[in-house]
Design a protein around this ligand. Sequence first.
Ligand code: 3HC
Length: 336
Amino acid sequence: MYTQALDLQTPVPAATGSAAPVGQDLREHAFNARLADGQKIEAQDWMPEAYRKTLVRQISQHAHSEVVGMLPEGNWVTRAPSLKRKAILLAKIQDEGGHGLYLYSAAETLGTPREAMQQALLSGASKYSSIFNYPTLTWADVGVIGWLVDGAAIMNQIPLCRCSYGPYARAMIRICKEESFHQRQGFDSLLAMMRGTAAQRDMVQDAVNRWWWPVVMMFGPSDGQSVHSAQTMNWGIKRISNDELRQKFIDATVPQAQLLGVSLPDPDLKWNASRGHHDFGAIDWDEFWRVVGGDGPCNRERLHARRTAHDKGAWVREAALAHANKTRARELGRAA
Ligand code: 3HC
């Protein structure tokens, strides 16, 4: 399928030592040299099967997260408190759908059809972010998703703009720009509530209390438990570890919470001058793995919603395919 063996863009470094690399070794040598040189790997380039598989796993999980992530916020479209907030929310949800599409496209360049990735989501074989298995109980939850969830997503995703796989890195550049707007609108919405009534302030604090720990968990298991990190960092897919990103997020968020006037629900959260970072309390990893394993507050509801949407959309896919086939046949007829 791939003819990239003829398309090496980096000169293969001269072999040192005994025998010069041949065949697969030669291609692996060139692949490693490109990574070491900071060059991107492109779809037509040779890559180890494990690199390809890892990218499909991560990018498709990421795409699923964007699409499933539309559901908790979608819950509030008809109940947004003003026309302005409704328009912003609709645009944000559409952005998330768009992110899913860029990411499925990036993953497709690796040779896995979109339909196969979507089936993996619908069957429960493929994961999506734990964070979207929590409910949005009040309007303040929508602001907190923007501020904290999108804030955590940006922290994790900015380094992915430098990912070694070109199509993923380029998709991430646009996604991060949009996520940055999402984070600001969330903060703006919460600020408006914090300047409102005591009931509104209580609503914001309650939402922060419920979302804080799930957001801290979003970065994934701690480095010692992360099964993929060592290899993905070696390949330049992941640039910063789960724990480092979590720490950067917490350090960046504490002053924002102060500005907003909310407290973060962690009695152990305090500045540690000797580390130059905030210390924070123990994460409930049992809860994390329960949610990842399918037993969170909304896992069943989310998958049910996705399956229903997929079934209801079958006629649209069939119609689009029929139209594409008809257009192609017409063009072929004209060319003949
Ligand atoms: N939720 C669900 N599963 C998670 C998870 C989370 N928060 N964190 C880790 N996991 C899973 C991994 O997918 C892996 O499972 P697998 O072997 O079945 O694929 C397992 O737990 C072990 O974790 P590792 O740390 O070894 O896995 P990774 O090296 O892949 O790191 C990651 C996990 C940090 C999420 C990484 O995959 C990543 O950076 N992904 C790209 C970004 C992404 O997907 N973000 C999701 C949120 S997107 C979003 O929030 C949308 C926005 O609109 C807000």
